[in-house]
Each structure stands twice: as C-alpha cells, then as structure tokens.
Design a protein around this ligand. Structure first.
Ligand code: PRX
Length: 641
C-alpha cells in the first residue's frame, strides 16, 4: 500500500504554487475535526483502526462486532463482522430517548410554497406507521420493496420504514420511464411497489401512477401497489392491487419494533448505469455503510447541532440516499428537502430558500451551478445568504470557472467548497477536502481519511505528478457496495479485474495527481456518459434506439456541453428504405424518452450509412467522438479494413 500524499500537504508547508484557497484559522479551529490532516496521515497507515474508531464513536450496535474487516474472501469484503445493528436505530430510535426527539429532522418545501416540518419524533411515528403498513402487506426481512416517487417526505419515510423491517429498498428515480422501472422491479423481484399518483415539476404534474401501471403490466411479480396522493389527479385504479397510503396508515399502530440486522445483511439496492444495457443493482449493507456516511458527513460538511443542511440532490440517487435520508439523521441534524426544479418559478427560488430557512450548508452539482451562472449573478446578488458557511459539489468534475462563480456569488467569498468525488458503488465520499484542507478550484483535493486511493498506470505503477492514469482504491472501505444484486461474477468482472493481481478496485475514472498530491478527476474511461450529473451508459441509450423498428444500429457518444457537462450525440444506421428526416429525429427522441426517460434523450441524432468498428465488431465510439469534435482520431490500427 503506498502513501499517496505528498508530505508537503500534511505538514502545513505546502507552497502556494497555484491558486490555493486557505480556510480561515477560525474555520479550522471551529471544525469538528481541526486536526484533520494529522488524523488523515495516521489513517493512511492504519485505515482499519480509523474505521474501527468511527464505528464506535458514531454508531450504536445492539451487539458489538468481533472483527473490523474480514478480507479472507476478497473482493467480497466484510466489515464489522458479528455486529448487530439497524440504521433506523441510529437514525431515529435512539434520538427519541434524548433531547433530539423534539428537534427538527426534516423541513420540506413544496414547489407551490407549502411547507411541512417533522421533528425526530414526528418522523419516527410516520416511519413506524408505514413500517406497520408494509408488515400488513407481508413485507419481511430480506424482501425487496421498489419505491418510485416524486420528491416528497413520504419517499424518505418509505425508505426508512423498509429498513426498519430489515427489508431491502430499491428506489427508482422518478424521471425513469416504465421500461426502466419494470426492468428494475423484475431484477429486484419486488412484490410491493410504492408510488405516487403524480409529482409536481415546474408547475405541471408528471403522471407517475400511469407509468407505474405500465411498468407493473411488464412486471407481474408485483402484488400490491401503495399510492401516496400528492397531486390528486385522475388515475386508473386496480381493485385488490392498488391501495391508498393515507387509508393504510390511518389503520395501524404508531409503534413498530426495529429488526436487528447483521452488519453484512443487505440494506438497499440502487441501480446504476454501466457499459452494458442492463443496469447494475449495487448492493449496500447495514453496518459499514452507516459508519462511512456518518463519518464523512461529520468530517467533511462539519455538521453541528445548529446547522440547517441542504443536500439539493434527489433522494432517488446515491447522494440522496446517503446524504439526504440517512447520514443527517444519524448525526441528529436538520435537513431541508425541496420538491421542485432549480430556478422554478423564479431563477432565485433556491436563494430564497437559503434565506427563508437559514440554510448553513448547501451541497449541489456542477450542472446546477452552471445553470445558475447562465442566468446571471444578479439573482444571487439579491440575497446576502449570510447564514451559509460551507458549500459542496458532487456528480462530475467542476470546472474552475464554475467553482469560482459558486465561491464568489453563492458563498460570497466566505465559504469553502467541498468538492466530493465518489460513486454509487462507494456509498460515501472518497476524495474530498474537509474545512481544514486548502482548496484548489476543480480538485477534490485528497483521499478521505481511511481511504487509500492512487492514480496508476496499466501496470499498477503510480503515475508521476500531472500524468493521467487510472483512479484506483487500494484498500477496502466500509461503505463499498458488496456486490451487484444477484451477479457476483459481474461485480468481480466490472471492478476487480483490471488490477486483479494487486487486488485493487478500479473506479472507471481517469485522474491525475499534481505536484502537491492533489487529485484531479478527469472523467469516465468507460462507455458511461454524465449528462447533468446523471449517469447513463451509452449501451442503454443505444439499445433504446435500436429497439425502434426503423433503426438498424446505433452508437452514442458524450460531447462537452457548457451547462450539462456532456450531452449525448447519437449516430443511427436506418433500416433499408427508411428516410432519415426531422420527423424521424423527433420520433426517435420520443422513443428514448419512453424507453429510458427524459434524461437519456440525445441532444442530436445523426443518420449515417456506416459506423466505424474494430475487426472484432466493436463500435469505435472514441473515433466518432474525435471526428465530431474535430480532434485527431488517434490510433486506428484495430479499425475494420
Ligand atoms: O465520474 C465520476 C463522477 O460521477 C461518477 C459516479 O456517478 P454516480 O454513481 O452517479 O454517483 C454520483 C454521485 C456520487 C464517478 O465515477 N463524479 C462524481 N463526483 C465527482 C465526479 N467526478 C469529478 N468530481 C466529482 N466530485
């Protein structure tokens, strides 16, 4: 295991060669972990000791674990072996016995301005009731429940209730179409689906129940559909299958016992895009996940009792799972959730929210920041946002220009920006600053304490300063996904074969490390495209396109976009006799919307007679991209003659 950090960083003698943003001495002194760099340095040689201490400090166990890490069956690592726990015990139950009981756990603002406030006690009662509802539907420990909802508190409540029973939730983002939903329900084999009649988005309703109905038609495994009434719109109703949330919760007790889980029992499945069309169900488990997310939120975002924390992601993604739903509750924090889209109905809606609720920490994505940049600084300039003390970024590399804008106009040059690199697979932050770390715009700075990351060449040697390489993790960490649901082989193949000899995890990202040891993530090395921070596999969009009767073959590439980071450019070969015109472009875009969801719609569709392929028949997307961007096309020696 190599120490990847340039010693000049941790001994405080770092030379300010580039533009460095040092935290003020007060910020460091008041941080939860002022001596973070020293703690981190120590953890580099003893990551297991670091994670052992955190598991004792931040999480309660029904039965203590007997071994911190079991690496005997790598890469199927086990953490906190023998420990019994439930994340709901730590997120809710234990707080009901302390003064935190009456503290606000969750503030929710609807798109139309309506508000709801839940104390820890309120949330605990709601979760108990919904857990009893699920019990009455025969949901038991180990069963999966699929959740497909808009951004309402009931989404969190449903997840927490599933976890309370020791069942496994699979949340499907509300922007996915019925085919994507059906595939995920079938893969997880969920007998119960929880959904809404509809969701509000930019003043309009999205017909979630209609989509759910079509999905269930393709997923006969579903026996019961619980419907939360949000929009009151007209919906189809299937007797004996569909049940109203409000009717069910009215008839149950408000106490419910929390299931005692083994540290390695499954907690949830969350599907991610990969290099094939079939999404990967990342499986996270009960023990290690909670330790990782609680530690990182406490250290990185420096959560204190009086903070109002706003993670503006969707609960349906890993960012929402870890840092909207679970970690803030484990730490006894107050979180804000906003139902609507950024900039709706006014471009300064978010800044109004910051002021209205006294938000102290805001965590969002570069694509949102670039969207606000385009609207101009006049909007945030109307709002002093004096409560803000820390900012965060996640989802894709943040370009220095957006970083500086965020720093200047949102943080008013007062707030450090935590650029957190991580993945659905990692469960929690992996490369990130804390308030005690000097920042460089566009760099996620250093691997977190207890995380051993490196940038390496194909042969495993560490790269030189500023040389691009593969971003790898050299030591297991507690929040790591344990497998792909039902596909152990695929898990090994995807993450653990590129550096199998060394036993390292390959993230799929390329990165470089600079002369100060700071990490700069460049982007994906596989066929994954990040559009507005959403992760899409080229294969997913391509298989949607070729499922259209007029398309013979398709290839998709990501090309840079000022706001979205990347957009999809699709190339299609049409079947004989079909004419490619504007009407067909529209038809294909609608088809992709229907098959995958609006996030996957290509920005451009180009009709071509052939696609460049290797002799083995693999489409050379790299070449297509280079051609599109007017770049040199590089090595074409494997191109079909
Ligand atoms: O390419 C990296 C990029 O997002 C990928 C993971 O996507 P997903 O599983 O959807 O999780 C997103 C939220 C954690 C990574 O492989 N990525 C994420 N955060 C950053 C990033 N790239 C650069 N900088 C980041 N801060």
């Amino acid at each position: 295991m190599t120490d990847v950090v340039d010693a000049t960083v941790s001994d405080g003698n770092m030379t300010p060669k580039s533009d460095l943003y040092f935290p003020s001495p007060e910020v460091v002194a008041n941080a939860n972990v002022p001596d973070y760099l020293a703690v981190r340095e120590k953890a580099l040689t003893d990551p297991v000791g670091f994670w052992d201490a955190r598991a004792k400090e931040l999480v309660d166990w029904y039965t203590p674990y007997t071994q911190v890490l079991d690496a005997s069956n790598a890469p199927f690592f086990k953490w906190y072996v023998g420990g019994k726990t439930n994340i709901i015990h730590n997120a809710l139950d234990r707080h009901i016995k302390t003064a935190t009981k009456d503290k606000l756990a969750l503030i929710w603002e609807a798109e139309d301005g309506a508000q709801r406030r839940y104390t820890y006690h309120d949330l605990w009662l709601e979760v108990n009731r919904f857990a009893n509802v699920l019990k009455s539907l025969n949901v038991k420990k180990g069963d999966t429940v699929t959740i497909y909802m808009g951004r309402v508190p009931e989404l969190s409540i449903a997840m927490l209730a599933v976890a309370k029973l020791g069942a496994i939730h699979s949340v499907v983002y509300g922007g996915f179409s019925e085919q994507a939903l059906a595939d995920r329900i079938n893969d997880a084999r969920s007998k119960v689906l929880v959904t809404c009649d509809g969701a509000w988005l930019r003043g309009k309703t999205v017909n979630l129940k209609d989509i759910a109905d079509e999905a269930v038609a393709k997923a006969p495994v579903v026996e019961k559909v619980v419907v939360y009434q949000r929009t009151n719109q007209a919906i189809q109703w299937v007797e004996n299958r569909d049940l109203w949330w409000h009717e069910l919760v009215a008839n149950v007790e408000s106490e419910c016992e929390t299931e005692q889980m083994d540290a390695e029992d499954p907690l949830f499945i969350l599907y991610t895009s990969g290099t094939t069309g079939k999404p990967k169900g990342q499986l996270h488990t009960c023990g290690g996940y909670q330790v990782h997310i609680a530690t990182t939120l406490k250290y990185v975002f420096d959560i204190k009792a009086e903070d109002v924390w706003w993670c503006a992601a969707d609960p349906g993604w890993i960012t929402g799972h870890s840092y909207i739903v679970y970690a803030p509750l484990i730490l006894g924090a107050t979180g804000l959730m906003y139902e609507g889209a950024p900039g709706y109905p006014n471009p300064d809606r978010w800044w109004e929210l910051v002021e209205k609720y006294g938000v102290t920490i805001l965590y969002t994505a570069p694509t949102a920041i670039r969207g606000f940049m385009r609207l101009g600084e006049a909007w945030p300039e109307k709002h002093p946002m004096s409560t803000l003390r820390l900012l965060g970024s996640v989802g894709e590399p943040i370009n220095p220009e957006a970083w500086r804008w965020y720093y200047k106009y949102i943080g008013k040059e007062r707030c450090q920006i935590m650029d957190t690199w991580w993945q659905t697979e990692t469960g929690g932050f992996m490369i990130t600053p804390t308030p005690a770390v000097p920042l460089k715009p566009g760099s996620g700075t250093l691997p977190f304490a207890g995380i051993i990351a490196d940038v390496v060449r194909t042969n495993g040697d560490s790269t030189d300063a500023n040389e691009d390489g593969f971003l790898v993790i050299k030591h297991p960490w507690p929040g790591m996904a344990r497998t792909i649901w039902g596909e152990n082989e695929r898990y090994v193949q995807t993450y653990w074969t590129d550096f199998a000899e060394q036993g390292w995890y390959f993230s799929g990202d390329s990165a470089r490390r600079d002369e100060d040891g700071y990490f700069w993530v460049i982007g994906r090395m596989d066929d994954v495209i990040k559009v507005s921070g959403y992760r899409l596999g080229t294969a997913e969009v391509e298989s949607a396109l070729v499922s259209h009767p007029k398309v013979a073959e398709a290839a998709c590439v990501g090309i840079p976009d000022e706001v979205k980071g990347n957009v999809i450019h699709a190339f299609c070969i049409l079947n004989a006799g079909v004419t490619g015109d504007d009407a067909l472009v529209k038809e294909l875009k609608d088809h992709v919307r229907h098959e995958v969801g609006p996030i996957a719609i290509p920005a451009a569709i180009e009709f071509v007679p052939t696609l460049p392929k290797t002799r083995s028949g693999k489409i050379m997307r790299r070449l297509l991209k280079a051609q599109l961007m007017g770049q040199p096309i590089g090595d074409t020696s494997t191109l079909e003659g």
